[in-house]
Write a protein that binds this ligand. Sequence first.
Ligand code: AMP
Ligand code: GLY
Length: 437
Amino acid sequence: MTALPHSVLVVGGGGREHALVRAIAGSPSRPRVICAPGNAGIAAEATCFPVPADDLPGIVALALREKADFVVVGPDLPLALGMVDALAAAGIPAYGPKADGARLEASKIFTKNLLLKYGIPTAAAAVFDDADAAAAWLRGRSAPVVVKADGLAAGKGVVVAATIAEAEAAVRSLLALAPLSPALGGRPNVLIEECLTGPEASVFVVVSGRDWVLLPTAQDHKRIGDGDTGPNTGGMGACSPAPAVPPALLLRIEESIVRPSVEAIAAEGIDFRGTLFIGLMLTPGGPKVLEFNTRFGDPETQAVLPRLLSDTLALLWAAARGTLAGFRVEVAPEPSICVVVAARGYPGPFAKGERIVLPASGDLPPSTTLVHAGTARAASGQLVSAGGRLLGVVALAPTPAEAADRAYAVCKRIDFAGKYYRGDIGGPRKPAGGRPA
Ligand code: AMP
Ligand code: GLY
């Protein structure tokens, strides 16, 4: 293996990036870690620079100025905009796919066509760029159906429609969605998919061309309310391993989905070096692909990375440099959980700038940590809320139930007037911290 980088820039400012900063800083090679833009929690552990994550020239200039010899890009938007291409043009190695690979997340139609071309199990789908044509097609069908916007939509691009009228309305509103960035513009399209049923699970594959390494599985909890009720969010909690994926099923997923997907991407001429995050539905007919993301999941990463005994920096560096073949990832046997603490009202409107007081880090249960997401420091130095998802409480323990006990004990002790968290991450057991607004 080539020598590990000395100075690493992590791009992003959410809980995922806090988890990445910690895991990278924990490398035995003791790298210097910096972050842009970061958050209040990251700033306590790494120097943060106020450069937005999707400012390509700003991030390249920062990396050059700070002599970063490796950049790890967290979020989807900069990847889709070509941040890794821009860094490569400046001679800076980075973890994450170039824009051609990021299309696997940025265009659901691109991915659907690839899955169908290579016979990888997924829901049947039809593509429309015109609401009237979609409506005419829908009239011959029965509900439920799933309507998806083609492009990145910050979690707002998928509607599971219980009736055909609802599906028609979803087509019209999704066709009218503005792109997340003007640079991603282009003609809007929607996909109408067969509605699958079954538990969901995510697998994270670190890919480097035709080589790949599977990370521990995780289960996200996307809905705001206990028992998976209410609107979708960015993710209200995660546990690892995914309870719905026993080892025999994981082997089947590797053979029927992971291997053919990595091979299909390479066969299309894409030199993918980054995370292929495969969203799956475990249907009665076997596992099927719901979506590809081309970055680590949030909050799954917060639950997965603390279980890695291997050097995370060495893993990401090997993927970026094309030396991943033979890399073995050692995983702690202890399960983990991440409970997200959000601002009341999220994913709708919520207040910002409210005071948060955290338990001291020396006063947490064993193997339990706090990860920051939407937090900031007021001029007074007071920790305040600055987003919808504020914090993650991450715990490892000998059993999932003990991990949940540890995490929930800390959730209760977070002093924040507008606190909301689900009470059933990792299984139904605790009363929730509040009701969704
Ligand atoms: P996606 O962003 O494509 O993963 O979709 C977001 C969520 O919508 C998924 O986590 C599923 O809960 C749901 N979903 C997406 N596609 C389907 C489908 N074909 N059938 C049923 N539910 C789906
Ligand atoms: N937790 C889902 C995501 O990161 O997209």
